[in-house]
Ligand binder design. Structure first.
Ligand code: NAD
Ligand code: UDP
Ligand code: UDP
Length: 307
């Protein structure tokens, strides 16, 4: 697995080890940390390797989950050239590795391939509306190009590919400073500081709890060869950002105030997955409600901030 020391990757490592797999976790720690997988190091079936996926990787594997790529705007905009390289060169190297080893290859793509969408909710058949030269483009276009490469390797070299488009996901081990909305609001509320709503808070997102998402990943990898994706994975229950702020404040309590800040450039107005395909092809749908998932995540950050 690449990107295994990140938020989603660390949960996936845990899950695969529990299923009895041997896991090679490849990460350059750009946005992930060794701490995220520290509890797995003693497991003889787990191996951690520092490696940047923009360089070739020669190892023997039978399944590859390609997750390497910073996912939050703060992280992916810090070094945008490296972000595109990670998506594109990382995809090429993993496709080359899969071609040589005949491994199945899973790609963590993103709802960002839809850009600021004109149709709602987003189905996989929608081609998207992405600004090719904006500050989010390094991420969006990098992921779009990776999808292109996956489907060309599939058509040209008969590679077994599994492409999922992930919508906003949250849970323990999100990076406390990565600027994503769920971690920001929780950390702000726990510290009693202002909760920063960008814009007027009427923009929407649909938040999936991490355990539900990982279940979708594993089902996708185990699906029949003809299921290549792309398949949306996310929670279709949509909230405004203001509703999210109020939900976090209700659960944490305290004195925080909601304050309005400028909306970042190219910030999508609305986002909600159509998960009909995942339901039909993978028999998957999310189970954890926002309140439940937030409670677990708040507990994690409470301990994290106290340590
Ligand atoms: P994350 O930033 O926590 O994890 C990404 C991991 O990739 C980190 O551990 C980072 O160090 C590693 N990495 C980055 N560049 C690398 C490189 N060149 N070589 C090796 N490792 C590298 O993010 P995450 O939320 O866990 O996201 C994982 C994947 O899922 C990403 O590909 C992301 O685009 C995708 N995704 C996530 C979400 C979400 O809501 N979390 C939504 C859509 C897509
Ligand atoms: N590659 C890799 N590990 C492997 C096999 C290939 O990292 O086990 C890299 C290789 O360096 C190349 C890329 O994957 O740059 C694409 O490989 P492919 O075989 O498709 O292309 P070619 O080597 O013919 O350019
Ligand atoms: N957002 C916000 N306050 C914050 C961080 C984010 O209002 O402190 C907004 C952001 O403008 C966006 C939404 O929350 O409209 C989700 O942002 P995030 O960065 O988590 O994910 P993405 O924009 O990639 O969906």
């Amino acid at each position: 697995m690449t990107g295994g020391a990140g938020f989603l990757g660390s949960h996936l490592c845990e899950h695969l080890l529990q299923e009895g797999c041997d896991v090679l976790c490849v990460d350059n720690f750009y946005s992930g940390t060794k701490d995220n997988v520290a509890h797995l190091i003693a497991n003889p079936h787990f191996e951690l390797m520092r490696h940047d996926v923009t360089f070739p990787l020669y190892v023997e594997v039978d399944e590859i989950y390609n997750l390497a790529c910073p996912a939050s705007p703060v992280h992916y905009q810090r070094d945008p050239v490296q972000t595109t390289k990670t998506s594109v060169l990382g995809a090429i190297n993993m496709l080359g590795l899969a071609k040589r080893t005949k491994a199945k290859l899973f790609q963590a793509s993103t709802s960002e391939v839809y850009g600021d969408p004109e149709i709602h909710p987003q189905q996989e058949s929608y081609w998207g509306r992405v600004n090719p030269i904006g500050i989010r483009s390094c991420y969006d276009e990098g992921k779009r190009c990776a999808e292109t490469l996956f489907f060309d390797y599939h058509r040209q070299h008969d590679l077994e590919i599994k492409v999922v488009r992930i919508f906003n996901t949250y849970g323990p081990r999100m990076h406390p400073n990565d600027g994503r909305v769920v971690s920001n609001f929780i950390v702000q509320a726990l510290r009693g500081g202002d909760i920063t709503i960008y814009g007027d808070g009427s923009q929407t997102r649909s938040f999936c709890y991490v355990d539900d998402l990982i279940d979708g990943f594993v089902r996708m990898m185990a699906s029949p060869k003809e299921v290549t994706g792309p398949i949306n994975l996310g929670n279709p229950v949509e909230f405004t950002i203001r509703e999210l702020a109020e939900a976090v404040l209700d659960l944490v309590g305290g004195e925080s105030r909601l304050v309005l800040k400028p909306l970042p450039q190219d910030d999508p107005r609305q986002r909600q997955p159509d998960i009909t395909l995942a339901k039909n092809a993978l028999n998957w749908e999310p189970r954890v409600k926002l309140k439940e998932g937030l409670e677990i995540t708040i507990e994690y950050f409470r301990k994290f901030l106290a340590s």
